[in-house]
Design a protein around this ligand. Structure first.
Ligand SMILES: NC(=O)c1ccc[n+]([C@@H]2O[C@H](COP(=O)([O-])OP(=O)(O)OC[C@H]3O[C@@H](n4cnc5c(N)ncnc54)[C@H](O)[C@@H]3O)[C@@H](O)[C@H]2O)c1
Ligand SMILES: O=c1ccn([C@@H]2O[C@H](COP(=O)(O)OP(=O)(O)O[C@H]3O[C@H](CO)[C@@H](O)[C@H](O)[C@H]3O)[C@@H](O)[C@H]2O)c(=O)[nH]1
Length: 437
């Protein structure tokens, strides 16, 4: 089947590449000329394990193409995905300008029946708005369906090809059949496609992300209680996670959730609630707690140095919002950098993939190092912000020699208390006993 994907950011590129891999001819459209040229020339624009191989295969075999021209891109496409940004607007609600602009442009370009799919995360009622925009100038029949995306960055290909579920919101039989055909290769692997009305599909996406953000935040609050009561959050996590009603995943306490989705989607759902005069109290608490949690270790760092960080150098390990991605949107590391610099400290950082993105965003305000050890060399303390595997089993002897003080502030609980005690480090982590080396 010929399909088109409008927007070749994270979701668009993964969607396009994976549907090419399942045998479709996919045309991807983006207004960013630089991005399109890079992709056309075989240079992938995001870091995502496993994506490059299937991207190259499908590009070279002609199933995947890129253009900046919407008219050319959607020519002959039976299904047109909108994988466009929906960033927070000034009031926190999802800004639909990109989605609605493309919907408006699409109307006069449709030559035959097509299904237009909202892949972006959009509030309830958006499919209706998209339909109205297209209808303004469309001369042919079309359907709009909601098909939210649940992929996680870093494991996006696996999530896409082997989804826990696919959610499709539509009341149109014709659209349903086309979507069923498209997703058939994924269904054959035993994954359910759940059809529902479009409003429920739109809400499902926000409910899923907000629930997961709440789950993490709940554990972060338990961690804060653990610190006050002398309990250990890792033990509590194992104790509660083995209850199958709760589940083991997304219970890891740390320096808050970040990324391009949880922060904006929790905020957007809270805003949607406000718009229908519903006071969604849990969501407000989740946002509040996460805000504090992100820089929770800063006061501990200040305390260690007697309240003054002037002239101190803090090494940071990890800049991306989580491992296996170069994405730095809402990364807790960035909030920590901001506060450390404001307190007069210098920052030396290392991240396996995200340093270029940070440099583009904040310039040379911090020192970027070529590996984990050069970041700690001559630093006064180490702050671990992202749990990249390379940070999990460092050479602690080397760390002891390179650091001016044997002190680690660990926002991701990477090390055991026993090893820190034995090695004589001062070790401050999340929801666990502080080790005074
Ligand atoms: N990133 C994720 O992990 C993820 C996962 C699930 C859902 N989502 C949702 O999917 C949507 C897209 O997210 P993303 O992270 O891929 O965004 P992104 O910002 O990485 O990419 C969006 C792309 O759209 C392009 N674009 C903007 N206006 C355009 C236009 N008029 N025509 C063509 N292209 C245009 C931009 O140039 C950009 O390349 C959002 O709603 C997001 O919430 C994201
Ligand atoms: O136990 C946990 C799990 C995650 N996190 C943090 O939560 C954030 C988000 O992590 P994750 O969900 O793995 O990353 P995303 O790629 O942002 O994926 C989320 O957001 C996407 C965009 O909507 C959805 O498609 C995915 O299903 C949803 O998991 C990161 O900062 C993690 O460090 C924790 O602190 N503790």
């Amino acid at each position: 089947m010929k399909i088109a994907v409008v927007g070749t950011g994270y979701v668009g590129l993964v969607t396009g590449t994976c549907f090419a891999e399942t045998g479709n001819t996919v045309s991807c459209i983006d207004i960013d000329e630089k991005k399109v040229n890079s992709l056309k020339n075989g240079k992938i624009t995001i870091y995502e394990p496993g994506l490059e191989v299937i991207f190259e295969r499908n590009l070279s075999q002609g199933r995947l193409s890129f253009t900046t021209d919407l008219k050319e891109g959607i020519e002959g496409a039976k299904i047109i995905f909108l994988a466009l940004p929906t960033p927070p607007g000034e009031d926190g609600s999802a800004d639909l300008q990109y989605v609605l602009k493309v919907a408006e442009d699409l109307g006069p370009l449709l030559k035959d029946y097509a299904v237009i799919v909202d892949k972006s995360t959009v509030p309830v009622g958006t499919a209706e708005k998209v339909r109205a925009k297209i209808a303004q100038n469309a001369k042919v029949d079309f359907d709009v369906v909601s098909n939210p995306e649940f992929l996680r960055e870093g494991v996006a290909v696996d999530d896409f090809m082997k989804p826990d579920r696919v959610v499709i919101g539509t009341n149109s039989e014709k659209a349903r059949k086309l979507m069923e055909t498209l997703y058939a290769p994924l269904v054959r692997q035993g994954n359910p496609v759940i059809f529902m009305d479009e409003k429920s599909a739109e809400l499902t996406k926000y409910a899923a992300n907000s629930f997961l953000a709440t789950k993490i935040t709940f554990m972060n609050e338990i961690a804060n209680m653990c610190e006050l009561l002398g309990a250990d959050v890792d033990a509590v996590r194992k104790g509660v996670g083995t209850d199958s009603r709760i589940g083991k995943r997304f219970l890891f306490a740390g320096i808050g959730y970040g990324g391009s989705c949880f922060p904006k989607d929790v905020q957007a759902l809270a805003k949607s609630a406000e718009q229908v005069n519903y006071d969604f109290r849990i969501l407000k608490s989740v946002m509040d707690v996460n805000e504090d949690q992100k820089t929770k270790l800063i006061p501990r760092i200040k305390e260690y140095f007697g309240g003054d960080l002037t002239g101190k150098t803090i090494a940071i390990w990890g800049l991306s919002f989580k491992p296996y991605t170069d994405d730095i949107r809402e990364a807790p590391a960035l909030y920590n950098i901001e506060q450390l610099l404001a307190a007069g400290a210098e920052v030396k950082a290392y991240d396996p993939e995200a340093m270029e993105n940070v440099r583009n965003q904040i310039g040379e305000k911090i020192t970027f190092c070529h590996d984990a050890y050069s970041a700690v060399n001559n630093a006064d303390a180490l702050l671990v912000a992202t749990e990249w595997p390379v940070f999990r089993t460092p050479d602690f002897d080397k760390l002891s020699t390179l650091l001016k003080n044997k002190v680690i502030f660990d926002g991701r609980n990477l090390y055991t208390l026993e090893e820190m005690k034995e090695l004589g480090f001062t070790y401050v982590s999340i929801g666990r006993e502080t080790i005074n080396g």
